[in-house]
Every structure is written in C-alpha cells, then in structure tokens.
Design a protein around this ligand. Structure first.
Ligand code: ADP
Length: 268
C-alpha cells in the first residue's frame, strides 16, 4: 500500500478488535485459517486453545500485520488494519512471546525498549510490577548489567519477567501473549502469573493459552482445530456444551493443555 494512504489509528485507542470472515493461507494451495470471526471488546481476554498446528499463532500474528489476510478483514476500533500504518499499529500492540528476546545491552535498556522515553523511575516501577526488581538488584551491576550474547545468562523465568516489564512500560491497549510452556519452579511460576495478571489488566488480551488455569479466567475461549473455530464461549458454557473443550477440562493432572489434547487424540 502507498504509504500516503495509510493512517495512524485514531487516538485514544480503545482496543476493540474484530475479525470478520478472515481466511489466510501461507501458500495458495493450503489455508491455515478458514472463516474466522471474533469480537474482543476493550479489556477483554480471549484465550485460544487447540492442538499444535491448529492456527493459534497464525491467528494472532495477523493482528500486528506480520502477515496480511487472504480474505476478510480485521479492525481495531472499527478501523481496518490494512489501512493503518505499521508504525501506529505496532505501537498499540505488545507481544510477549514464549521465548523472550533480549538484546545485547543492559537489563535497563532491555526493559526501556518498550518505551524509549521512559525515566529511570518508570523503568524501576515496571520491573517491580513485573516481579523482576529483586533479582535485577542482586545482579553485579543491577539495571546496568549486560545481558545477551556477551552478558550474564538469565533463566527463562527471568527473561520472561523482563519481557513483561518491557510490555508494562510500553503500556499498549492490546496485548498478545504466547504463554510459556517451559517448566519453572512453583515459586517462579507464581511470580510470573502475578506479573502477567498485572500486565493483562485493562488490556484487550489474546493469549495462546497452554495452561488450563489461565483459560478459566478468559472472557471467551476459542477452540481451534484445523484452522477453524469449532467451539467458543466462556469456560462454564463450554463445559456445559460437552464438546472437545469439556473433554479437555475433565482430564485431570495436566498443567499444559497440549498434553490434554495429545491424550484425547493420540497422534496418528
Ligand atoms: P498453532 O499456533 O496452533 O500451533 P500455527 O498457527 O503455528 O498453529 O500453524 C497453523 C498451520 O500453518 C500449520 O499447518 C503450520 O504448519 C502452518 N504454518 C505455520 N507457520 C507457517 C509458515 N511460516 N509458513 C508456512 N506454513 C506455516
């Protein structure tokens, strides 16, 4: 698109997200998503569940326009994202991924990447809210400690909290969260969960959910299979529907939802 045709999202962005009959294929011969429609109201949490390869990542990756829809449209506050400049679009969306990316630089710089104008006080505040202040303070040079290839090695749980702090500082109305599947100890898990709750609060959140505990709190759950939404609704409603989700939720003793899918549908 001609850059002149692209507009920034009108401020303030409320964060209402709507997918209207979205189809998408990475290649012409195979569609990864079929006829996806969804409405996420400002501040709502939408959980995406489904077996590996169902299309969960593809669905969320269309929102920051990492890919363009093949058919159908996606709007934010009623504005078609195909007509929004990438800069403005991505300014309003934070992505917290499973494998958080840290740059070669200091811990403080890695957090401040979420908002380059942030003051030292704001960076500290974000670190506190993300439950990473304590371990950062214990690093040799605190916030000035170098991380990345030539710096200190951080654990997965530590990296995750730094990426949560980064997103808190960015303070965007829309959040995409790819929940981590890596096992961390129970205490770390609790710190991460609490940090995520603070981050999600008041934002339109799409979570690729792997943990059943997260999903229960979602305003709506979309169950995807082979690129289609096969069930949708809040937890209680889906359990009453006695479909795939209800069968998943009945499987006890699993933390990760993929394990439940695997138990229901052994790989063929
Ligand atoms: P999920 O997140 O539910 O595991 P994905 O969205 O990653 O599923 O994948 C959906 C489908 O799209 C799968 O068939 C997958 O193989 C395919 N796919 C994912 N990423 C790409 C890509 N970059 N190029 C081609 N096909 C892809």
């Amino acid at each position: 698109k001609d850059a002149a045709e692209l507009q920034p999202l009108p401020e303030p962005v409320r964060g209402e997200v709507e997918y209207c009959n979205v189809h998408f294929g990475y290649t012409d011969d195979k569609m990864a998503l079929h006829d996806i429609s969804l409405l996420a109201r400002p501040g709502q949490m939408t959980a995406l569940v489904g077996p590996t390869g169902a299309g969960k990542s593809t669905l969320v990756n269309l929102l920051p326009a990492f890919y363009e829809t093949t058919r159908g449209s996606i709007t934010i506050d009623g504005q078609n994202i195909a007509e929004v400049s990438l800069e403005s679009l991505r300014e309003h969306i934070s992505v917290v991924s499973q494998e958080p990316f840290l740059f070669n630089g200091t811990v403080g710089e890695n957090i401040a990447y979420g908002n380059l104008d942030a003051s030292a006080g704001q960076i500290t505040g974000a670190a506190q809210a993300a439950n990473c202040f304590e371990f950062i303070r214990e690093l040799t040079d605190g916030f000035d400690t170098h991380v990345g290839e030539r710096g200190v090695r951080l654990s997965v749980g530590e990296k995750q909290r730094i990426s949560i702090a980064r997103a808190l500082l960015k303070d965007s109305p829309i959040l995409i969260l790819d929940e981590a599947t890596a096992s961390v100890d129970t205490a770390t898990e609790r710190l991460i969960q609490q940090a995520l709750e603070r981050l999600m609060s008041g934002r339109t959140t799409f979570v690729i959910a792997h943990r059943l505990s997260t999903i229960r709190d979602a305003d709506q759950i979309l169950v995807l299979k082979n690129g289609r939404v096969i069930e949708r609704g809040p937890h209680d409603e889906l359990v009453r529907q006695q479909g795939l989700y209800a069968r998943l939720a009945r499987i006890q003793n699993t933390t990760f939802i993929e394990e439940s899918f695997a138990k229901l549908e052994p790989a063929t």
